[in-house]
Write a protein of this length. Structure first.
Length: 397
């Protein structure tokens, strides 16, 4: 098993400074320490890092949402993780969000708690900020249950909706952020019901012209894909109350409707998943954004181990190809010929050196023009594609 620690500021050596730039005003410190024997565990492509993060309670694992077929949505592992005995941590409330300024920012106290391993999930599946980060061990591989969430799929840019009405809307090609958010929110109790049941008629809040302003109806479960009602709701109607009308979120929907073509900003995506996962109560709930330039492969593995342990995915912004590697369902091509894309990591296998990646961009969207889903890819390759992404967006974990 891979063990480790996200340690606090008292450790004087072995730290990596993580500064969130591009509108993130907070400098973060991620400090890495070796395990008790000072060694590291190797995978086929990278060296696995020892990390310890906050657990829910030291003695048991929380119960999370359940798939419709009765399987658990929490992670399944090839070996049972063993918690190192620690004192029962004392939960303390998440700090309030600062008064918004001219640009989006994450709360520095909350980010420090997350990077220090103190943001966990309690026995009810909700997020909690702990006074200290207890220890736990990670198995060499673990994967979330995806029997339902693995069928989540964005609507194609042209086709028929769930009432059989024909449409064309090129904005739909940019709904990968909403798709990744829907996958993520499936694993949170407060938002699970919306992901699995939401349906309705949706239309963009701004008319961008011909073939970019369709009114379409989507169900939660359809032959073409699941959670399409939630994806459209997120893309076109999501608008957390604290963000409304602020410079980074002037109109409803995850999409930046002023961009050409419209796309999803990491700021909006981070706030949206926190807002929905918390049941519409907090913007600083569980997830923080870390820029690609401020993390390495070891950091990425820490983020994945931690979130998969808590039964939730990591959201990744990546280039679909960098000339050497490509995401599943996408062709290898030059970096300039590829596009930026959001996917989620729903599992890992450190022995094989792979991540399980969920893509919601299907027909008329990906290079294969095929229905997407969960596939494995090299950990080194995914990290390279994160670095190649042109906006330096990184991950939301």
């Amino acid at each position: 098993m891979i063990r480790g620690r996200l340690v606090g500021p008292s450790v004087a050596a072995g730290f990596v400074a993580v500064a969130l730039i591009g509108g993130l005003a907070t400098a973060l410190v991620l400090q890495l320490a070796a395990g008790p024997d000072g060694s590291s565990a190797a995978s086929s492509s990278t060296v696995a890092t020892r990390v310890t993060v906050a657990s829910d309670t030291p003695s048991n694992q929380p119960t999370f949402a359940t798939d419709t077929d009765g399987t658990s949505s929490s992670s399944t592992a090839s070996a049972q993780a063993t918690l190192v005995p620690t004192p029962q941590p004392t939960p303390k409330p998440t700090p309030p969000r600062p008064t918004p300024g001219a640009s989006w920012q994450q709360d520095s106290s909350f980010v420090a708690a997350k990077m220090g391993g103190r943001v966990a999930r309690d026995s009810s599946g909700g997020a909690v900020v702990l006074a200290q980060a207890p220890e736990l061990t990670f198995p060499p591989s673990a994967t979330l249950a995806t029997s339902w969430s693995g069928l989540i799929q964005e609507p194609p840019r042209t086709g028929t909706d769930d009432r059989g009405v024909a449409y064309t809307d090129y904005n739909y090609s940019g709904f990968c952020g909403a798709g990744a958010a829907a996958v993520t929110l499936y694993y949170w109790p407060a938002s699970h019901g919306a992901v699995t049941t939401r349906s309705g008629t949706f239309v963009e809040p701004v008319d961008l012209g011909a073939n970019r302003h369709a009114s379409t109806y989507w169900k939660a479960e359809g032959a073409g894909g699941y959670a399409r009602g939630m994806i459209l709701s997120l893309a076109e109607a999501e608008w957390p109350t604290p963000d409304r009308g602020l410079p980074w979120w002037p109109r409803p929907g995850l999409m930046n409707w002023s961009a050409s073509p419209p796309s999803t900003n990491v700021a909006n995506l981070t706030d949206a998943v926190n807002w929905e996962a918390s049941g519409g109560s907090r913007l600083d709930y569980f997830y923080v954004a870390v820029r690609a330039s401020e993390m390495d492969q070891t950091d990425l593995r820490i983020f994945v181990h931690t979130d998969i342990h808590y039964g939730v995915p990591v959201i990744v912004a990546a280039r679909t190809s960098n000339g050497t590697y490509a995401l599943p369902y996408w062709n290898v091509k030059s970096t300039s010929g590829a596009v930026n894309h959001f996917v989620t990591i729903v599992g890992y296998d450190d022995t094989a050196g792979t991540y399980s990646v969920m893509d919601t961009c299907g027909t008329t969207c990906n290079d294969k023009n095929a229905r997407a889903g969960v596939k494995t890819m090299s950990q080194a390759a995914l990290y390279a594609l994160i670095v190649a992404e042109s906006d330096n967006d990184g991950v939301i974990w």
